[in-house]
Design a protein around this ligand. Sequence first.
Ligand code: G3P
Ligand code: CA
Length: 269
Amino acid sequence: AALPLPPAAADGPVVVAHRGASGHAPENTLAAVDAAAEQGVSWVEVDVQRTRDGELVLLHDTTLRRTTDVAERFPDRAPWQVGDMDLAEVRQLDAGSWFSPEFAEERVPTLRELLRRLDRHGQRLLLEIKAPARYPGIEREILRELAREGWLGPLRLYDSLILQSFDEDSVRTVHRLAPQVKTGFLGSPDSDELADYAAFTHQINSRHTDLTAERVAAVRELRGPHGRRMEVFTWTVDDGPTAVRLAGMGVDGIITNRPGEIREALRGA
Ligand code: G3P
Ligand code: CA
């Protein structure tokens, strides 16, 4: 017989603004963080990478091509990898017009700017370490910046900050360097592998099409680091009925480009 499922998260899943509220403002910009705040959404997911001169900036793709005007401004720098450009160059770019002309002033933010903006709004951070194999040592640099900005103090930890990555080694590195920090692995490991993940990550964050109630339960029955129950966040869920179905499976978090609408769908369910 099927095992009883663990109870769903007490108040239902938390809603996380994916790349900020990226259905309403350009992804990975401060405008997208502000849009999430305006929608009353407290969790924000963004992606962090590193410039050639070692600055931590928010960007999803490993090149600046899709989300800035880099190709017009620096036509001889193809393929425009963020790791091949200095911060001063990146800061010249328009990171908003590709989305809508009203966002022409948006810049690629630094991690520090993000943390200060989240502080101002009282928001929480799900930070994805994107393509870390390209940026050796980035985990230590991210943790140093978080510490400098006051994000590793006891009041912040566990309920306000999660570091996640598709790169298992990167998640292990964060856990080794800062075992007090909550971590997430992006992927869908087989159930017989889950116990290994429980040694270094608090969350298994899966594409929603990979999930079943049994898979969600298999993660939530495990204890991760510090003996805390493991969690499942899922992405990217932009329609209400799918969000309601996933909430019924017991997921702990729903990552969405349209956080205000998804929150309303969950409230109405
Ligand atoms: O947070 C999960 C999600 O952001 C992972 O996919 O490609 O949007 O970074 P991606
Ligand atoms: Ca991401």
